[in-house]
Design a protein around this ligand. Structure first.
Ligand code: UD1
Length: 386
């Protein structure tokens, strides 16, 4: 008689650009167990355009979403509420066994909240990171999602400490490594083939890369003016490629700063695709950023990274990696830049378990937890002669 199992239906939630990068290896891994797992890919539509979403699905080999919620952009509360409103109907109808959310974006918290209220277990990948900066919408999203989650998958040891301090039971915490680095490793040969350096007329290790998108940096005119000062300083030493996020582009225009951002040493390019962007940072002399994921990617590439924020929620990139927190402090930036140009900057090491196998570990933990459920349901089906 053919064995009958009830498959584990997992809602895999993505919304914004970094989510796509992190979900790709998880979907690939889940698809290795078609007899046990039915992944349902849900795209909230938080990021929706060609450069921010579609291009990433194509390059990362993500399947077309099973569910698309079309929420689009909006103020934080409205965007979060809209995602909740739309996902609620889908969860009630589809009754997933588990909801898997990633990182710290509004889609993460919105879907976790809805799942918690209808008592569906939640897995949070990249749990426990803390900036302790409540001005960041991402910090609110992280803390609340972790409080609701049943499985907390962490990328570094600091995350476990943070979670234990907040009273999360240690049985729920699993140190598995970094799915963003899985994607980097899975795509290394394609990244190397990117022609972006040639296209921009750049020589390896002779330029800087800049990215900015955090609201606490780019939503304030005075901060953008400080950035301009930093760019003037760095631009004296290296040409700078600024891969500009739509939020930042809009603010530069709205604050009337377009002319100030025109500098001989600065090339502004609109948001790049995954392979081109990773190639660009992998061959840079230095990367200046306010992003979280880029602090991790530069650490793996052993490329100096100056983080233009007060703090990082990813301290391992500083203690083991190539990251330094400079904020927008010109003295600190100048000092580090000098070390970089004289090839005296620290060299980093790859953090533990950032080995390209995080997704395998995550899916194993989930299967192990639910395997008993499978055995029981199988016995039940047999007992009932189904
Ligand atoms: C979101 C995440 C942030 C993540 C970032 C990656 C939250 C709170 N923030 O910030 O943690 O690091 O994504 O990019 O969830 N826009 C487009 N095209 C799109 C999507 C957005 O032009 O496809 C524009 C919107 O019109 C808006 C701006 O980008 O002006 C902001 O988008 P939004 O999704 O609200 O937040 P991000 O700043 O991208």
């Amino acid at each position: 008689m053919k064995k009958i199992y009830k498959k584990l239906k997992i809602f895999c939630i993505v919304g914004a650009r970094p989510n796509f990068v992190k979900m790709a290896p998880l979907i690939k891994e889940m698809k290795k167990y078609p007899q046990f797992i039915q992944p349902i890919l849900v795209h909230t539509g938080q990021h929706y355009d060609q450069a921010m979403s579609k291009e990433f699905f194509k390059v990362l080999g993500l399947p077309r979403p099973d569910v698309y919620l079309y929420v689009g952009s909006g103020p934080h509360a409205k965007q979060t509420a809209e995602i909740m409103n739309r996902i609620d109907d889908v969860m009630l109808r589809e009754k997933p066994d588990l909801v898997l959310v990633l990182g710290d974006v509004n889609s993460t918290l919105a879907c976790a909240l809805v799942a918690a209220k209808i008592r569906i277990p939640i897995a949070h990948v990249e749990a426990g990171l803390r900036s302790d900066n409540w001005n960041m919408p991402e910090e609110i999203n992280r803390v609340l999602t972790d409080r609701l989650a049943d499985f907390l998958f962490t990328t570094e040891l600091s995350a476990k400490k943070n979670l234990l301090k907040e009273g999360i039971a240690k049985e729920k915490i699993f140190f598995v490594g970094n799915v963003m680095i899985d994607t980097l490793k899975n795509n290394l040969s394609k990244i190397r083939q990117s022609k972006i350096l040639k296209r921009l007329g750049l020589k390896s290790k002779s330029y800087a890369v800049l990215t900015l998108h955090r609201p606490e940096v780019v939503d304030k005119k005075e901060k953008l003016l400080e950035i301009i000062d930093v760019l003037k300083l760095v631009g004296q030493k290296l040409p700078i490629i600024f891969s500009v996020h739509p939020r930042t582009q809009k603010n530069i225009k709205d604050f009337g700063l377009e002319d100030e951002f025109k500098m001989p040493s600065l090339t502004i390019v609109s948001a790049l695709g995954y392979l081109d962007f990773l190639r660009l940072i992998s061959r840079a002399k230095v990367v200046l950023t306010d992003s979280g994921g880029i602090q991790e990617e530069t650490t793996v590439f052993n490329v100096p990274c100056l983080t233009l924020r007060h703090e990082t929620e990813r301290p391992i990139t500083v203690t083991m990696g190539t990251n330094i927190i400079t904020d927008l402090d010109k003295n600190k930036i100048f000092k580090q830049l000098k070390l970089i140009l004289e090839n005296r900057f620290k060299t980093g090491r790859t953090p533990p378990l950032w080995d390209g196998k995080a997704a395998t570990r995550i899916v194993k933990v989930i299967l192990k937890k639910y395997i008993r459920f499978f055995e029981l349901s199988n016995l039940f089906l047999k007992d009932h002669n189904i």
